[in-house]
Design a protein around this ligand. Sequence first.
Ligand code: FE2
Length: 321
Amino acid sequence: MHHDAKQQMLAASNLDELYPVIAANLMTAGWHKKRRSLYPEPRADYQPLHWRWDHGRIALDQAGRWIGTELAERRNLLLYNPGGASGDNDYDTVRTLVVAYQMIKPGEYARSHQHTPNAMRLILDADEGCFTVVNGVKLPMRTGDFMLTPGGCWHSHYNEGKRNAYWIDVLDVPLVHRLGPMIFSESPEWNQKVESEPKEHPFYFPPTRTLPALKALAASNGVKRLKLETETAMPPLDIGMFHIAAGSTYTAPRSTASSIFAVISGRGQARIGGLSAEWTVGDVLAAPSWNAIELGASEDAVLLEVSDAPVFHKLGFYREG
Ligand SMILES: [Fe+2]
């Protein structure tokens, strides 16, 4: 074989004859490659986008007529970005994160499982009786609560209330897809044994914990941002809650990091790159890398931001421009 390759290379009398011979030996010419590997600035593979919760809720309620309890743990709507490097993405919301609206009906539960991706939930609408169990710790899921199920933790969700429960899921699954370390398993036991039911927990951020801390911060041009203590549990992500006073605007320059925003209260306008949108409670905004962000509040607003900035800071790839 090696002998043949040498003979074929030596037999080439010009570049066009050489290319197929070197390609057959899994080499390609750097001066002749199909795609640029270096380019002046990050590519805008993903689009800035806005999803409305009133649309998401109707779609979930409609789907709930036909998607039964056996698929309850997947009765969610993925907020996908039709961009993506291949141009046919139907999963990622931004390059590193996926966001979904999820609904479970009374009497339903999602089987206990664990996976390497980090996950978190912002509860949009839930009555008493909804809860998550994370590694044996029972945490309530009430309207406005935010909670973490960090990678590798067993988790399961229950609706023992009387009404449908709705929440927003955010996971770093696309980051795990890109880097490769996906490991997922379902518990052989459907239900997790509840070992404790604490009033406070590092993974649990009810409004009674976050809103007073947010209010206590000093505002900068009408904007406050509370960084939640999540980075030990979920190292790739920076999670913050914004308070934007009515009439004020939060601005961020374009950067190599990507974010998603979920609206907890209030309403306003967004300009993210070329996107202009009006947002209100339960809506989701995608701010892919290299898009400047402006979020203006027309009434006092609280938003959750999940950002992949720590990945870029840790690797030395964080840039603004
Ligand atoms: Fe999960």
